[in-house]
Write a protein that binds this ligand. Structure first.
Ligand SMILES: NC(=O)c1ccc[n+]([C@@H]2O[C@H](COP(=O)([O-])OP(=O)(O)OC[C@H]3O[C@@H](n4cnc5c(N)ncnc54)[C@H](OP(=O)(O)O)[C@@H]3O)[C@@H](O)[C@H]2O)c1
Length: 327
């Protein structure tokens, strides 16, 4: 089969389409003919050699895909060749074929294209995991979503709406904020206008937010703690702005009973990911099939243009997901 390989680590130019061995499904797995995959920030880091795949995973990039079942492995029932599916992967999505444990498969709703299916697993499962099992979000609570127009951010805004909770966002431009409002966010703050602290105070009548979805890390840490309500949960999902924090007063963690939680999806066990996939489908499967929530797709690149797609993500211009159509 053909796959996008990384013969060396570095800039987008290292990404090369090459012939590699076609994988076979192990017992309990199905082989999927990939029709679309999507980019994630983790791909950029892995390409640069800064984020090795988990033990046992392929070194081919690609954390999600949608396609058609091409071969059903031993011991798998309820799945047939030709079924349209989508799944989260530990790697291997940038290829024509990928083996997937049967429990990780989600049915691709008939109303959705492969490009839409490829844009769902990583962003929506990350958002679901961190809002509900980890964030314990309740109806009526308020979430501050940083990088609101990101793939994970746009998914979170929609799941928060579906749960009957409120979201407010930060983003780097007015047009990104407009897109977030259209998805259901109640208000947005352009971080180029300064700290978001007074914005959160205004939006919550001084109470603070119950949950913060943070991808930025160190530069936002102090303002995040100051923006949480009593019993608030700060969930650190990414550190795009830096990791080193200095001069933080931990007193408010105690007085306001705050939780600071670091989280990662890729390194979790297969059993946990299967459980998460099932819980997400129970919560959001019907809403996805009815179009009440949908992946936000910024652009679809032919996979031969993967270098350009990586450069585009690095430019921070996307709203929602960048998809690769796989021949
Ligand atoms: N922990 C996990 O399990 C997990 C899983 C999936 C993703 N993630 C992380 O979640 C984050 C979002 O991923 P994604 O794929 O949804 O990203 P994405 O769609 O590429 O969006 C990222 C956006 O973040 C904003 N941004 C980037 N650097 C920034 C900075 N220094 N300060 C403020 N905003 C910045 C940019 O938008 P603006 O124009 O608004 O600045 C950028 O477009 C990444 O950090 C990713 O690694 C973590």
């Amino acid at each position: 089969m053909l796959a996008i390989t990384t013969p060396s680590f570095g800039a987008p130019e290292v990404l090369t389409i090459a012939e590699v061995e076609t994988p076979r499904p192990m017992p309990g797995e199905v082989l999927v003919r990939v029709r679309a995959t999507a980019l994630n920030r983790a791909d950029l880091l892995q390409r640069r050699g800064l984020y090795p795949p988990p033990k046992g995973a392929t070194d081919i990039l690609g954390l999600e895909m949608a396609g058609e079942v091409a071969e059903v492995g031993e011991g798998v029932g309820g799945v047939a060749n030709g079924d349209r599916v989508m799944a989260l992967l530990p790697g291997g999505g940038y290829a024509q074929y990928v083996p997937v444990p049967a429990g990780m498969l989600m049915k691709l709703p008939d109303s959705m294209t492969f490009a839409q299916g490829a844009a769902i697993p990583e962003a929506f499962l990350t958002a679901y995991l961190n809002l509900f099992p980890i964030g314990r979000l309740s109806p009526g609570e308020t979430v501050l979503v940083h990088a609101g127009a990101s793939g994970v951010g746009t998914s979170a805004i929609q799941l928060i709406r579906l749960a009957g909770a409120r979201s407010i966002v930060t983003a780097g431009s007015e047009s990104k904020i407009e897109r977030c409002l259209a998805l259901g966010a109640e208000a947005g703050w352009n971080y180029h206008d300064g700290s978001f602290r007074s914005f959160v105070e205004e939006q919550t009548a001084g109470e603070g937010v119950n949950v913060i979805f943070d991808f930025i890390g160190a530069p936002y840490f102090a303002d995040n703690l100051a923006s949480l309500a009593v019993d608030g949960r700060l969930i650190i999902i990414g550190t795009m702005g830096g990791t080193q924090v200095e001069d933080i007063n931990l007193g408010m963690l105690l007085s306001r009973r705050l939780e600071v939680i670091g989280t990662a999806l890729r390194s979790r066990s297969l059993a946990t990911k299967i459980e998460l996939t099932a819980a997400f489908q129970t919560f959001a499967g019907d809403a996805l099939a009815r179009g009440e929530i949908a992946p936000v797709i910024d652009s679809v690149f032919d996979w031969k243009d993967v270098q350009e797609a990586h450069r585009y993500m690095e430019s921070n211009k996307n709203v929602g997901k960048i998809v690769l159509a796989v021949d």
